[in-house]
Write a protein that binds this ligand. Structure first.
Ligand SMILES: Cc1cc2nc3c(=O)[nH]c(=O)nc-3n(C[C@H](O)[C@H](O)[C@H](O)COP(=O)(O)OP(=O)(O)OC[C@H]3O[C@@H](n4cnc5c(N)ncnc54)[C@H](O)[C@@H]3O)c2cc1C
Length: 542
């Protein structure tokens, strides 16, 4: 299966817009740019259709973690700050991209993140500028208010399961002095509360579900799956076409107006470098003809690191107890099949908290994801005992890394260096964040549930030992950004309208354009970016 339309594309076809990548951002573009019927749009996706059943069940994200049919399954290079370990980097390779395999949490970040982008000279990207696009995208099940919209394609819902453990975590956080926050995406992010998810009646609402399905029968939208873009074709400094491989054949799609690269924070800079847009000396070493010496392409890679604390639970109320008991497992399956409720609706966090590790900070620097199950590694078997997990994630790491191709062959995975824990601020945030989380886990509301701390364990207390635990176990929260970042300085890759600097007819629209990593989960912000980009692209077409 490759084409969404009856007629196969010829080896050379022409469209107004060619979008590379049907992920969180690409599906939004495909919908919005084809909506008025005036423009022809081609959407190229390297992966298959989203037929895998586990895509649509929220808890299924655990099954897709290492499912290579829908996942690029990248690895970092050995990370110096993590004892030289390579860190597994799942990325969606399917319609919906990473929004089809992600943890479903709907978190926008802090107002100050966008105001910081604006302060760095990115006109039009302050919080007041981007809020209308968050609202435009959203269909909030709680109803509309000054921060939320109801008419958009993206359903945002509360969790459909009452879980005493997740509630106890929130109460415990409040007992330590953290305020209760009913809405992490409202007036302020700080506090403890429950996450909302991108789900509709207990099913995943990926961007393919929310944006592509309603648009896929439009005559002017062509969707090609299993279509790997190999390079962009230029005439001088103007992007003219995308060369892609599908079913063993190389095809070319020409763009009358623009090419929109939405291949994600790893594959967008990879495609630019493969096409001759990147650091010139480096490209020449790979035998690639240089179209534009753009030193910033692939720089400034940022990601959220998380360190997980695992607790042994005194009561059989965790998902471990459901999965490890065949009868309870069958009942959970039946409950989901009949009502779309119960443990199978668990996302990557049920409740959580945002707090500051120091009064010197203006806004939270730590996010806690609480989840009522435990495992040694994400995506692997749950523990045989009753257990739960609370992870510490530093929201604004200072550490920066890079993305570089390893070969001119587009099928060779790129070299990913994140440099986790490279700065003292980043290391201190984890030491202090874990100390605060331990206070929450010891608070009265959680007492009836806690037997002991399995990881790191009560004996790990001093700063050096805690940091050593972070180095040995830290892993990603799957939020790479900023490899084609927006800005005005010489290393910025795109301008405020997301046009690649120095090239005509080419924009990058996805998580890679973020000037820096915002303080939260990255799916909703990426969808916002694509909503705003759609408006700019259509304005520029007039
Ligand atoms: C396991 C996991 C859990 C996550 N959990 C959450 C969460 O709970 N909440 C949250 O907000 N965020 C979460 N995220 C992050 C969030 O999903 C991403 O930040 C967001 O989806 C990025 O969107 P994007 O459009 O930049 O890239 P993607 O959605 O990754 O889309 C890129 C698309 O381009 C395609 N592509 C790449 N190269 C090519 C090529 N050469 N030719 C054709 N197609 C190509 C890819 O196959 C993919 O479909 C998670 C991510 C992962 C992987």
């Amino acid at each position: 299966m490759t084409s969404s339309r009856a007629s196969k594309p010829s080896d050379m076809a022409e469209f107004d817009y060619v979008i590379v990548g049907a992920g969180s951002a690409g599906c939004v573009l495909a919908n919005r740019l084809s909506a008025d019927g005036k423009h022809s749009v081609l959407l190229l996706e390297a992966g298959p259709r989203d037929n895998n059943i586990w895509i649509h069940v929220p808890l299924g994200y655990g099954k897709l973690f290492k499912e290579k049919t829908v996942n690029w399954m990248y690895q970092t290079e050995p990370e110096p700050g993590l004892d030289g370990r390579r860190v597994f980097q799942p990325r969606g390779k399917v319609l919906g991209g990473s929004s089809s395999i992600n943890g479903l949490l709907y978190v926008r970040g802090q107002h100050e993140d966008y105001d910081r982008w604006r302060q760095r000279g990115n006109v039009g990207w302050g919080f007041d500028d981007v809020l209308p696009y968050f609202k435009k995208a959203e269909n909030q099940t709680r109803g509309a208010d000054p921060y939320h919209g109801t008419g958009g394609p993206l359903p945002v819902s509360d969790w459909r399961h009452a879980d005493p453990l997740s509630e106890a975590f929130v109460k415990a956080a409040v007992e330590t002095g953290i305020p209760f926050n009913p809405d992490f995406n409202g007036a302020t992010q700080e506090g403890a509360g429950f996450f909302q998810t991108t789900t509709r009646r207990g099913r995943r609402a990926s961007s393919a579900f929310s944006y592509l399905r309603p648009a896929r029968n439009r005559g002017n939208l062509h969707i090609e799956t299993d279509a790997l873009a190999r390079r962009l074709v230029f005439e001088g400094r103007r992007a003219r076409a995308v060369e892609y491989r599908q079913n063993g054949r190389v095809r070319t799609a020409r763009a009358r107006r623009e090419i929109l690269v939405s291949s994600g924070a790893y594959n967008s800079p990879q495609l630019l470098q493969l096409s001759g847009v990147g650091p010139a000396e480096f490209l020449k070493q790979h035998g690639i003809d240089v179209v534009l010496d753009a030193q910033g392409v692939g720089n400034d890679l940022q990601d959220h690191l998380q360190v997980r604390l695992v607790m042994r639970c005194a009561q059989r109320v965790t998902l471990n107890d459901v999965v490890n008991n065949p009868l309870r497992g069958i009942m959970a399956g039946a409950q989901y099949a009949a009502f779309r409720k119960g443990p199978l609706t668990i996302a990557a966090g049920t409740s959580g908290a945002f707090f500051k590790t120091s009064p010197r900070l203006a806004t939270p620097d730590i996010q806690i994801h609480f989840i009522p199950f435990s495992t040694d590694k994400m995506g692997e078997k749950l523990h045989p005992f009753s257990g739960f997990t609370a992870s510490v994630c530093q929201l604004r790491p200072e550490s920066r890394g890079s993305l570089r191709i390893k070969s001119a062959d587009p099928t060779v995975p790129p070299e990913i260096r994140i440099n986790y824990l490279a700065t003292e601020t980043d290391r201190r945030a984890f030491i202090d964040g874990i100390a605060i989380l331990r206070k929450i886990l010891a608070a009265p509301a959680l007492k009836p549930y806690v037997v002991d701390e399995v990881y790191p364990g009560a004996s790990i207390t001093g700063d050096e030992d805690v940091l050593d635990f972070c180095r040995k176990t830290g892993s990603t929260v799957y939020h790479p950004t900023s490899t084609c970042r927006m800005g005005n300085d010489p290393l910025a890759v795109v301008d405020q309208r997301l046009r690649v600097r120095g090239i005509e007819g080419l924009r990058v629209v996805d998580a890679s354009i973020m000037p820096d990593l915002m303080s939260g989960n990255t799916n909703a912000p990426t969808i916002m970016i694509a909503e705003k980009a759609s408006d700019m692209i259509l304005q520029d077409a007039r």
